[in-house]
Design a protein around this ligand. Structure first.
Ligand SMILES: [Zn+2]
Length: 343
């Protein structure tokens, strides 16, 4: 009888310790760390918008809204944030409530166009629904067109982009440049997410995240009488491709760069920012793909590290580049709020 008590309390202690360890591991793996950017880079939202100014708003990843007061258009229009388990092992689909929330937060009801930078789920999955709600035409590759068809967007609201063929939206002229997606380090990811690039039939969700194939990866040159911007949605490059292109502002995607080699990062930088030499640099695609849309942006949840591995490397690299380029303002945008891009 005397020995019973200590045994019970010992096993209770062991159990309690185990529970604490599991809880800590769970909290670590499923917790959202700070994003890999310097908080000091965030620009303040505009409290007044000059007449005719071009305003930009950011929802996360590469969802950007450009608006000059007459014409508004959006890149990607992605607001759903399916959780890590569904992305890895389950099926995903547009989250209607997240899309409603995002459009309302960005104060959008009418858009001329939605332009996904490529067809992966974190760019193009919600594009047709955003187009339906705003009257927009979706511009993209054949893969993007099949995402739209699978969602039931009318054929006359789908336009196929041609490499370096500019098109006009109000006073904006958009030139799509076929480029390369970020190159994953893992051969299996390269095969699934890059080499198999086509979506040849209408894609009807719910579907696997891996069914949202790349299509084509575009760099977008956006020209307006008040200024020009180059959006590089994914951290890929084609050597020499951006030579001769000028833009006041470069929006540079940095998703995944921490998981690549130092050589890759340097070459990406040389082929984009160093080639175009903008006056301002806005970093995009540094936030979590699974963090809720109605919360402040965070770094990638650790369990989904493959989506944004090497966050420490990303942050160290960006801070080193900022130190090397003291005359180039490094900026991030607040979530949803308007920022004056060209006064
Ligand atoms: Zn992608």
């Amino acid at each position: 009888m005397n020995t019973q008590r200590p045994i019970i309390s010992r096993s209770a202690t062991v159990l309690a310790v185990l529970v604490l360890i599991l809880a800590a591991a769970w909290g670590y793996l499923f917790g959202y760390p700070a994003p890999p950017v310097d908080p000091a880079w965030e620009v303040a939202a505009a409290d007044t918008i000059p007449e005719g100014a071009v305003v930009v708003r950011y929802a996360g990843t590469s969802t950007l809204l450009f608006d000059d007061g007459d014409t508004a258009f959006m890149l990607d229009g992605w607001f759903s944030r399916p959780p890590p388990f569904s992305v890895l092992f389950g099926k995903i689909e547009p989250d209607m409530e997240a899309i409603r929330y995002g459009l309302e937060a960005m104060e959008v009801d009418k858009l001329a166009a939605v332009i996904p930078v490529h067809s992966h789920y974190d760019h193009a999955m919600d594009s047709p629904e955003v187009a339906m709600r705003t009257g927009a035409v979706v511009y993209g590759s054949e893969a993007t067109a099949n995402i739209c068809r699978g969602w039931g967007l009318a054929e006359e609201r789908i336009a196929i982009l041609s490499d370096r063929a500019p098109f006009q939206l109000g006073a904006f002229v958009i030139t799509p440049i076929e480029s390369k997606h970020f190159q994953f380090n893992d051969p299996e990811m390269v095969e699934t997410m890059l080499t198999q690039s086509e979506i040849s039939d209408p894609l009807v969700p719910p579907a696997s995240a891996f069914d949202y194939k790349l299509g084509k990866a575009y760099v977008l040159l956006i020209e307006h009488p008040r200024g020009s911007a180059l959006v590089i949605g994914s951290a890929g490059f084609v050597p020499g491709q951006l030579e001769g292109i000028e833009a006041d502002v470069v929006f540079a995607g940095v998703g995944g760069i921490g998981s690549q080699t130092a050589g890759y990062r340097e070459q990406y930088w040389a082929e984009t920012v160093d080639t175009v030499k903008p006056e301002r640099l806005v970093l995009i695609h540094w936030d979590s793909l699974t963090g809720p849309i109605d919360q402040p942006m965070s770094g990638e949840v650790r369990i989904a590290g493959f989506l944004a591995a090497g966050a420490e490397e990303t942050e160290a690299f960006l801070k080193a580049k900022a130190a090397e380029n003291p005359d180039l303002p490094f900026q991030t945008l607040p979530r949803f709020a308007p920022v004056v891009l060209f006064p």
